[in-house]
Write a protein that binds this ligand. Structure first.
Ligand SMILES: Nc1nc2c(ncn2[C@@H]2O[C@H](COP(=O)(O)OP(=O)(O)OP(=O)(O)O)[C@@H](O)[C@H]2O)c(=O)[nH]1
Ligand SMILES: [Mg+2]
Length: 236
């Protein structure tokens, strides 16, 4: 299983054919990602691709962030889920424009979906666009959306071994938000070990401990967003 050049095996398909299929899909994705990145850069939009396993708290983190930062700069959200518009509804309840993408059988957002969503949503110059990816620590890691920064959220209830089990997600992240730290007194979660694992994959990875429900640690996250937005504006 998965020991050939394609990293996966499918009955009846050669490794060469599998590699070509993957290269075609990723080349098409990268072309759309480049278009997105150019558009975001030209307009000074700071775009965050938020990724995590299901239920680690991405939407809760976003609703609190949108509420706390309201009025400081324009913000908008693209929500990715296999089904339902629950998350976009939760975002809109904060007064922030949001669009829901349902991926159906797909397990991740791709760059073309983001191109289309941005066309429908309309984004303001010099603002922040949050993209909440489908809850999954595997598939979203392989797809560049044209974002400015990749943020992985890991909650303390998931166990400290996750970086080593899902290495690509952590190796390609720019920031690791460790969420639900309010629950630490009830758990045997080894924070130092988890951070050491994550930095084995991405040396120097920035880590912030937060609780989206109590608000603990959120000011540092907000400062990180504001400095990213300022840098996007300066590079325009
Ligand atoms: N104790 C605690 N619970 C949290 C925190 N953040 C989120 N939760 C809870 O975790 C559950 C899942 O939160 P969501 O925000 O829906 O998680 P998500 O990552 O958006 O989930 P998907 O979009 O389905 O992948 C909810 O019951 C939240 O109330 C936190 O910081 N502390
Ligand atoms: Mg969500």
């Amino acid at each position: 299983m998965g020991t050939g050049p394609a990293g996966v095996s499918v009955a009846g398909m050669s490794q060469g054919r599998l590699v070509r299929i993957e290269q075609d899909i990723l080349a098409k994705n990268d072309a759309f990602a480049a278009v997105n990145r150019q558009l975001f850069a030209a307009r000074g939009v700071f775009v965050l691709n938020l990724m995590s396993s299901p239920g680690s708290g991405k939407t809760t983190l976003l609703t609190r962030t949108l509420t706390d930062l309201k009025g400081r700069f324009p913000m908008a959200v693209i929500e990715g889920d296999q089904q339902t518009s629950f998350d976009a509804d939760r975002i809109r309840a904060t007064g922030t424009p949001a669009i829901q993408i349902n991926t159906g059988k797909g397990c991740h957002l791709d760059a073309q979906m983001v191109t289309q969503a941005v066309g429908r949503l309309g984004i303001a110059d010099a603002g922040v666009l949050f993209v909440e990816n489908v809850g999954n620590l595997v598939c979203p890691a392989g797809f560049d959306l044209g974002e400015t920064r990749r943020v992985v959220v890991l909650s303390v209830t998931e166990g400290e071994d996750k970086p080593l089990k899902y290495p690509q997600m952590f190796a390609t992240a720019d920031l690791l938000l460790v969420n639900k730290v309010d629950l630490l007194p009830h758990l045997a979660f080894d924070m130092a070990r988890m951070v050491e694992y994550a930095r084995r994959l991405k040396p120097g990875l920035e880590v912030m401990e937060v609780s989206a429900t109590t608000g603990e640690g959120m000011q540092r996250w907000y400062a990180w967003i504001e400095s990213g937005l300022a840098a996007a504006g300066a590079a325009r």
